[in-house]
Design a protein around this ligand. Structure first.
Ligand SMILES: Cc1cc2nc3c(=O)[nH]c(=O)nc-3n(C[C@H](O)[C@H](O)[C@H](O)COP(=O)(O)O)c2cc1C
Length: 230
């Protein structure tokens, strides 16, 4: 991160509020191939009307199909034009300014742990394995999300990508990109009957450590998901 932005972050965050509790997590590898996203059968009007932030989640896992549907429609590839791949969520300059990580607690077919989503391949690759509940409790301002949601997605802003092309004022643009992606996630979740909530209340440094980010990236917003209450 460039020096002026490092100062902005440090000013906004203040001293670290807590520290990551990574007990139960070990370095991991292995890749899960997600199934193809299923067709959409809900209208945009329905999805907009049904969209909610959920604070209660149903028991049991999310299915691999659910997570594939959510990630594929909200963030996956959309088209290739003149050799450049564009995604479902628009971004400034069409740049791949955001990465997505899935911190999985209870997703059938996906080992519990921290995974990185690869849009082109439609895969989740493990970075850490083990139950992430303690780690999530330690990084969230509202730790109750850690025991309720089946998965927490982390939307990570890639300053190296955006600032390689644009001047520093585009620090703002990565937040717009993240907001658009969050709304895509909300609408796809609503259409699929998945309970979810955008979460801005987290400790930046602790999430950065949990995801193993370097200084060119930072977590912009988290997004919980789980089965809807019946
Ligand atoms: C960017 C963003 C961040 C949010 N962060 C939190 C959060 O940290 N904790 C929380 O309980 N709700 C969070 N929310 C959910 C909002 O409180 C919620 O969207 C708002 O109350 C409207 O409710 P609705 O989404 O059900 O329409 C967030 C929403 C957005 C869009």
């Amino acid at each position: 991160m460039s020096e002026p932005l490092a100062r902005v972050h440090s000013f906004l965050n203040g001293p670290p509020a807590g520290s990551l509790d990574a007990d139960g997590l070990v370095p991991g590898d292995g890749t899960v191939q997600l199934p193809a996203r299923r067709p959409f059968d809900t209208s945009l009007a329905d999805a907009l009307t049904r969209r909610r932030s959920a604070y209660s989640y149903g028991a049991g896992p999310l299915s691999t199909q659910d997570i594939a549907h959510l990630l594929g429609w909200a963030a996956g590839p959309q088209r290739v034009t003149r050799g450049h791949r564009f995604n479902m969520a628009p971004s400034a300059g069409g740049l791949p300014s955001l990465d997505i990580y899935a911190i999985a607690r209870d997703v059938a077919g996906v080992p519990a742990g921290v995974h990185r989503y690869d849009r082109s391949a439609g895969t989740l690759s493990a970075l850490r394995l083990g139950d992430p509940t303690r780690a999530l409790r330690s990084v969230l301002v509202q730790p109750e999300f850690a025991t309720r949601a089946a998965v927490v997605l982390a939307v990570v802003a890639r300053l190296d990508v955006t600032l390689a092309k644009y001047p520093i004022r585009h620090y703002r643009t990565v937040h717009v990109d993240a907001g658009i992606l969050a709304q895509n996630l909300y609408l796809v979740a609503a259409s699929a009957g998945i309970a979810c909530c955008a979460v801005a209340g987290f400790d930046d440094a602790a999430v950065t450590e949990l995801l193993g980010l370097d200084e060119t990236a930072f977590p912009a917003v988290l997004f919980t998901a789980g089965p809807a209450c019946s």
